[in-house]
Design a protein around this ligand. Sequence first.
Ligand code: SF4
Ligand code: SF4
Length: 109
Amino acid sequence: MATHITEECINCGACEPECPNEAISEGDDTYVINPDLCTECVGFHDYEACQAVCPVECCLPDPERRESEDELIARARKLHPDKAEVHKPHFPSRFSKDKHDKHHHDKHK
Ligand code: SF4
Ligand code: SF4
């Protein structure tokens, strides 16, 4: 899923400089994310950087745009052909964190 910004946004601007893909900009009513640029931070972080700094936590996965990790890393690689870190076989991803969390969770059931 690409991330989207909900109407809870208070237009503080904190998220914009945090995006590794420059996907965030000021919109008419709230800040907005260009879904063609958002990789859910796959390739860069194991969390969504915008959501991590958002004071109202309104940068959420867009249920209308469900995308696999493969699609997201492919997007990151296309957007950053010269950035070695996203072309490595092992890259930061919220999906691996989810797997880890699930494992962790299962272990402690
Ligand atoms: Fe940018 Fe990451 Fe937020 Fe997507 S999830 S808009 S890539 S900071
Ligand atoms: Fe809106 Fe959150 Fe971004 Fe601030 S950090 S502009 S509240 S989405």
